[in-house]
Design a protein. Sequence first.
Length: 91
Amino acid sequence: LDNIVGSDVNLGANGNQGLVLTGPNSGGKTVILKLLGLMALLSRAGVPVPASPGGDPRVDFFDPILADIGDIQSTTSDLSTFSGHMLVCKQ
């Protein structure tokens, strides 16, 4: 657990109304999206959201929370997580 990299996500603060995730393969983009959905579900259930001490965590309610269960990414077929999800949406 010595190499944990934290993530700060601010949506709605200072007029930010959207989120653009960019980065290299295996850069954690999918993890951030899953984390945001999980935090929204935890908040809805009344479970405290893990956040830095002294921070001001806020999770807005939004509906619906959608999930595509199961990744069909494949390194042998050169199919990234995003490409795999797009393939599922196409079907």
